[in-house]
Design a protein around this ligand. Structure first.
Ligand SMILES: [Zn+2]
Length: 167
């Protein structure tokens, strides 16, 4: 998002020249520069043996299963977001988050950070945010994710990771 007004005082921002960034919107009252930043979001494939933790959320994709995802909170490191979202959406305790790369969603100005993580403990307890949550065999997962392009690419990377670990 490109800032025009200061979110603190509501004043119109000026352009301030920052030598490595070019012109940046600036509030002279609060002395803050508002850099143009995308919203960070995580998506995670939690694995348990040959099973994958998946959800159904009809407000995102009607006919697909999806992976756990969510926005990074202020004051939180991204690895914490990964484990918190898994716990909040499914009740599962996961560990060993491993970063798998990122995608940029132009339409929503979201930077999507992709992860895999391992099941540690707990049983699936569906939160009110989801219509269904549970374990699906990794080999079947891709067939049930037709609408979720990023989720599919994450699952493909996880399959590669598992292959490399087993070799
Ligand atoms: Zn201000």
């Amino acid at each position: 998002m490109k800032f025009k007004y200061c979110p603190i005082c509501g004043g119109k921002l000026q352009e301030k020249y920052s030598y490595d960034e070019g012109g940046v919107p600036y509030c002279p009252v609060d002395d803050v520069m508002y850099f143009d930043t995308p919203t960070p979001c995580i998506i995670v494939a939690v694995i348990r043996d040959n099973m994958l933790l998946m959800l159904k959320q009809s407000y995102t994709f009607k006919n697909s299963n999806v992976l756990v995802s969510g926005y990074v909170n202020t004051g939180e490191i991204v690895e914490e977001t990964v484990l918190r979202e898994v716990k909040e959406e499914t009740g599962i305790i996961a560990g060993q988050p491993k970063y798998l790369g990122s995608y940029y969603l132009d339409s929503k100005e979201i930077i999507m950070l992709t992860f895999m993580a391992h099941y540690e403990s707990g049983e699936v307890i569906e939160s009110e945010e989801v219509d269904w949550a549970g374990w699906i065999c990794i080999d079947d997962a891709l067939n049930e994710m037709a609408e979720d392009k990023i989720g599919k690419s994450v699952v493909k990377k996880v399959i590669e990771e598992i292959k490399n670990t087993n070799n």
